[in-house]
Design a protein around this ligand. Structure first.
Ligand code: NAP
Length: 248
C-alpha cells in the first residue's frame, strides 16, 4: 500500500528534520517547509536517500500569510500534517520583554500554526482521513519565570489541538498534541542568541534529543486509524518539572 504525504513545517532542523527522516525511512513522500531553504534541501536529499519516494521543499515563513498560502497551495493533501515550526525568543521577565519577542512568538507559534492548519484542513476533510500533529511543549502545562509568552503560546496550541479534536469528530482525522520537555536542538541558540549560552542550558545532564521526540511522533502516526493518541508528554528523565532539572 502506498504511503501518504507528510507535510512538515520547520523541517530545516531539530524535531522537524528528525521526523522528516523518520517518515522517509517508512517510505512516505514529504513536503517540507522552513525559511532556510538550503538547509531544507539538504534534509530533503537525506530523506530521499533514506527511502522517501519524493521529498519536496518550499520556502515557508509561517509569520507571513502569503508565504503560508503559497506553501499550502503546493503541498497537496497531507495524510500527516506536522505543525512543528516554532520558537522561543528570550528569557526576559514580562516587565522587560521586547516587543519583537512578544510578536515573534505569537505570530510563529499560534497564528502561523492556525493559518497552516486552516489552509490544509479542507483537503484533509474532503479526503476523510489524516492526522494533525501539533508541537506544543511541556510549557503548555505550567508556567515559569521568563517564559510567560512562550508558555502562553504553547497553552494556546494545546487549546487549539483540543478544539480541533471536537471540530473534526466524525471526519476520521486524528489530532495529537506533542508536549516534550527540554531537548537539545537549535531551540536554545534561537532563544538565547548564541551557541555558548545555549550549551550551558544542557551542561551536566542529559536532555531529550530530536531523535527521541521524532520517535514518539512516528509512534503516534503509526497507530491503527481507529486509535488517536491525543497527547504525549515526554521529558528527559532528569527533568522533573518545568523548573527542576537534576544535574550531576
Ligand atoms: N527543543 C525544545 O526544548 C522544545 C521543547 C518543547 C517544544 N519545542 C517546540 O518544538 C518545535 C521545534 O523546535 P526544535 O526544538 O526542533 O527547534 P529548532 O531546532 O530551532 O527548529 C525549529 C524549526 O522551526 C522553524 N521555524 C522557526 N520560525 C519559522 C518561521 N517563521 N517559518 C517557518 N519555519 C520556522 C525553523 O526553521 P527556519 O529557521 O529555517 O525557518 C526550524 O526548522 C517548536 O515548536 C518548539 O517550540 C521545543
Amino acid at each position: 500500500m502506498s504511503k501518504g504525504l507528510v507535510v512538515i513545517t520547520g523541517a530545516s532542523s531539530g524535531f522537524g528534520e528528525a521526523a522528516a527522516l523518520g517518515f522517509a525511512k517508512l517510505g512516505h513522500p514529504l513536503f517540507l517547509g522552513a525559511r532556510r531553504v538550503e538547509r531544507l534541501r539538504e534534509v530533503a536529499q537525506a530523506c530521499e536517500r533514506a527511502g522517501s519516494p519524493e521529498a519536496g521543499v518550499q520556502a515557508l515563513d509561517v509569520r507571513s500569510k502569503e508565504s503560508i498560502e503559497s506553501f499550502c497551495a503546493e503541498a497537496g493533501t497531507p495524510e500527516i500534517l506536522l505543525n512543528n515550526a516554532g520558537l522561543a525568543l528570550g528569557r526576559d521577565h514580562l516587565a522587560a520583554m521586547k516587543d519583537e519577542d512578544l510578536v515573534g512568538m505569537i505570530e510563529t507559534n499560534v497564528i502561523g500554526l492556525v493559518r497552516v492548519t486552516r489552509a490544509l484542513l479542507p483537503k484533509m476533510i474532503a479526503a476523510r482521513r489524516g492526522h494533525v500533529i501539533n508541537l506544543g511543549s511541556y510549557a503548555a502545562r505550567g508556567v515559569y519565570e521568563g517564559g510567560a509568552v512562550y508558555a502562553a503560546s504553547k497553552h494556546s496550541v494545546r487549546v487549539i489541538s483540543e478544539t480541533l479534536r471536537l471540530e473534526l469528530s466524525g471526519t476520521g482525522i486524528r489530532v495529537t498534541e506533542m508536549d516534550p520537555g527540554m531537548a537539545e536542538t537549535e531551540f536554545s541558540v534561537v532563544r538565547l542568541g548564541d551557541e555558548a549560552s545555549a550549551k550551558k542550558v544542557y551542561e551536566g545532564w542529559q536532555p531529550l534529543t530530536a531523535a527521541d521526540v521524532a520517535e514518539a511522533i512516528i509512534w503516534v502516526a503509526t497507530r491503527p486509524p481507529h486509535v488517536n493518541i491525543s497527547e504525549v508528554v515526554m521529558t528527559a528523565t532528569a527533568q522533573a518539572s518545568l523548573t527542576k532539572v537534576h544535574k550531576g
